[in-house]
Design a protein around this ligand. Structure first.
Ligand code: GLN
Ligand code: ZN
Length: 761
């Protein structure tokens, strides 16, 4: 006897704390400044506050087990007993954090992006011999904790199919530990894939459901977002097998299988055929297509977006709900995905233009929308809704967009001169040695500088004092690079808090929040800017810093910009224009900045595009179109300069096979790319790029300082696929997070290695 699903719910909620309480508690615990009891108390209080708040807002279906000390996928691995032996420790928290962050001499588990979000999860390791066992302590404890507050909850768990598809094959014994090349759901030894363990894992879920039922839990939510990407028949069969088996259990709570981030596609009829009681659909990104098949089940309709920060169009959401109800029968109101991906509360953003704030909905406001929609859905049909602002519209009084270069794509087609022509012009103009040494842009950000920026924001120091600090920093960074003997210098980016926020603060159409933190991974949060209106560059942004840096040296100094796709990918973006149009607006602004840099005498300009891959649609059918316009926007941003100006680009990842052709199509004169992992494969693939290439030779993610011999070996290896005339020498990424001590030593070795290799050529 299943109780009916509550009329309103959310699929999950932020957990880092409105003031990042969990971040502070975690970091204090990790640094040994506080003990386990403090951490647990902070966590307990955050859970209590969340449940009480959701209940107070009128939400009926409260989720639990959405809290995590680090990551929900890691929690699931622990729940299933899938803890690789090397991490095991007497203390369970020590085991947990060792998997997440590494321990003495043991690298952590890999981390990667959660679907197309900026959240990163820990990739579990599953092998043919992994012994699964149930550890239900966490979900049970949260159910009891909420009960003690008088609140019934619905435990949320990652479902078995998604869990296995996101896992990586444990390295076989022959491969040694931690083969870093294995990607999520890649093949392990003898063609093993984690999904081969489905039956065993489902049995653990079966036991868990039994325990939750014995605890009196009415509903459980199993998250299955994986099927919103393309899935093979075998993977769809896994969905059918898993939910067929779990659905037929006699002793279990009612099951909500929640999908999100898109349409279920072929997986919808498959799930419809299983005996689960409810299916969650993302009706913001996805459609209600095929929803008829769910008649007899409850459709948990995700009509309030968990991926943006705009108020919902309630009329439209209500129409969607009515349509789904007509076709499927039972419909209740929810968010399109967990609210983990949005900040807590827009009301706190008192520094924003009130007209903008009124258009915002963070987690709290979204819960209120869900509750309001549930009330409207159950009210008499035809009830009138008060008029509302459509989300993402330019502010009233915001000047109308000027005629955008609609012809931009046509103009783009003219492009730059062919690379052969550019290469000759640039060689003449720059007079660089063979194997030029450069860096990716940032130098270590000192605490002093960060404090000064905070003091400036708080009005404690003036603009002039801050700027003279930035100038002094640039002087030091230039002097250091000259002393070390680098060939193309950078100014070090001391004026930037962040490679996206800095530009957002200097472009019209953006706003930045004070408290709008979103968890990125573990204790790390970002505060994505709000791209709410037409983007315009009121005046040059980086030019005076670039000009100042160039005035200090005769060597070329690279101008340093963030690309249009990355600026958009790491912001919350208005939704009343196609994403492509927004990216082109940003590309216009970047193009103006590139032009001004050239005019100011900057001879090398780098436009970073590390997020190019992040916006790649989950469905293959949509990927080519995206990559085409993303590349076009980049080329539009960078093609306005003469042939002797050298354009660089930088991408952070090397396991980017699916977008290598797009990276090539960016047509940058020089591409620097991380290659700490999968170096051989990377060189095989990008070695064929017919332009300059800088595969990183210094892994900046680690405090380790590489020796000159090691760097020389990496360069020699690269020369097997990249001709010397096109090989650049650089670190993997920006140096911002390293110390000056490490950076100086490492760069000295890099320069030394380049000199030795140069001699042999
Ligand atoms: N230019 C930036 C820096 O060096 C690039 C950062 C990045 O690739 N994420 O910091
Ligand atoms: Zn990078």
């Amino acid at each position: 006897m299943t109780s009916s699903f509550p009329a309103s719910t959310v699929l999950g909620y932020p957990r880092i704390g409105p003031d990042r309480e969990l971040k502070r508690a975690l970091e204090s615990y990790w640094e040994g400044r506080s003990g386990r009891a403090d951490l647990e108390e902070t966590a307990r209080r955050l859970r209590e506050d969340t449940w009480r708040r959701l209940a107070a807002l009128g939400l009926e279906g409260l989720p639990s087990n959405t809290f995590s000390y680090y990551d929900q996928v890691l929690d699931t691995a622990v729940l299933l007993g899938a803890v690789p032996g090397r991490y095991r420790h007497d203390d369970d928290l020590a085991t947990y954090f060792a998997m997440a962050r590494g321990a003495e001499g043991i690298a952590p588990l890999r981390m990667t992006k959660w679907f197309d979000t900026n959240y990163h999860y820990i990739v579990p390791e599953i092998g043919p011999d992994t012994v699964f066992s149930l550890d239900a302590a966490k979900p049970l404890a949260e159910v009891r904790e909420a009960r003690a507050l008088g609140l019934e909850t619905r435990p949320v768990l990652i479902g078995p199919v998604t869990f296995l598809l996101l896992s990586q094959a444990a390295p076989g014994n022959a491969d040694g530990p931690d083969s870093p090349d294995s990607l999520g759901s890649s093949d392990g030894p003898d063609g093993f894939t984690p999904l081969d363990r489905l039956d065993d894992v489902v049995e653990v879920y079966a036991r868990l459901l039994g325990e939750l039922a014995s605890e009196g839990v009415g509903w459980v939510q199993l998250d299955e977002p994986a099927p919103v990407a393309d899935r093979t028949p075998a993977e769809l069969a896994a969905v059918e097998a898993a939910y067929g088996r779990l659905g037929r259990l006699e002793h279990r709570p009612a099951l909500l299988v929640a999908s999100y981030f898109g349409d279920l596609g072929d997986a919808l009829p498959v799930l419809a055929g299983t005996p689960v009681e409810a299916v969650g659909l993302d009706l913001v990104r996805g459609t209600a297509q095929g929803v008829d098949a769910l008649a007899g089940k409850t459709v948990v309709a995700g009509v309030v977006s968990g991926r943006d920060v705009w108020r919902a169009d309630l009329d439209r959401a209500l129409a969607t709900l009515h349509a789904a109800r007509e076709r499927a029968g039972r419909v209740t109101v929810s968010t399109s995905c967990s609210l983990l991906h949005v900040p807590y509360d827009a009301e706190r953003e008192t520094g924003l233009d009130p007209a903008l704030r009124e258009r915002l909905a963070f987690a709290e406001q979204k819960v209120a929308e869900v509750v309001e929609l549930a009330a409207l859905l159950t009210a008499a049909p035809g009830r009138h809704l008060p008029g509302r602002h459509l989300p993402g519209r330019p502010l009233p009084g915001h000047p109308a967009a000027p005629e955008r270069p609609r012809t931009s794509r046509a103009r783009m087609a003219e492009g730059r001169a062919p690379y052969a022509v550019r290469a000759v012009a640039q060689a003449e103009h720059l007079k660089l040695p063979l194997l030029p040494v450069t860096t990716i842009g940032s130098f270590p950000q000192t605490g002093e500088l960060r404090r000064a920026r905070a003091a400036l924001a708080a009005g404690e120091i003036g603009e002039a004092a801050y700027e003279s600090m930035v100038r002094a920093e640039i002087e030091q960074v230039i002097a250091l690079q000259e002393r070390l003997g680098l060939d193309v210098l950078v100014h070090g980016e001391p004026e930037r808090n962040d490679m996206v926020q800095y530009f957002a603060e200097h472009l019209d159409g953006f706003a930045v929040t004070r408290h709008g933190w979103v968890q990125s991974y573990g204790s790390r949060c970002t505060r994505p800017p709000l791209l709410h209106g037409d983007v315009r560059r009121p005046e040059p942004i980086t030019v005076r810093w670039a000009r100042y840096a160039q005035s200090l040296t005769s060597k070329p100094v690279k101008g340093m910009l963030t690309g249009p796709v990355t600026i958009v990918a790491w912001s919350f973006v208005r939704d009343d224009l196609p994403l492509r149009e927004v990216v082109f607006q940003v590309a216009d602004a970047v193009r103006e900045e590139v032009g001004d840099l050239e005019e100011a005498g900057v001879r090398v300009i780098q436009v970073d595009e590390p997020a190019l891959r992040e916006l790649v649609p989950l469905r293959r059918a949509e990927q080519a179109a995206y990559l085409e316009w993303a590349v076009a926007a980049y080329r539009w941003a960078t093609s306005g300069v003469s042939e002797h100006t050298q354009i660089h680009t930088h991408l952070c990842y090397s396991d980017a096979d699916e977008i290598l052709a797009a990276i090539d199509a960016l047509d940058a004169d020089v591409t620097s790319i991380e290659s700490a992992r999968s170096r051989g494969r990377l060189l095989g693939a990008v070695g064929a790029f017919p332009r300059g290439l800088g595969p990183g030779v210094y892994d900046i993610h680690s405090p380790r300082v590489p020796g000159a011999v090691e760097v020389e070996r990496l360069l020699t290896e690269a020369l097997r696929t990249v001709p010397a005339e096109r090989l650049w020498v650089n670190p993997d990424c920006g140096l911002k997070t390293r110390s000056y001590e490490q950076v100086e030593a490492a760069l000295a070795h890099v320069v030394e290695a380049a000199a030795r290799v140069r001699e042999r050529h």
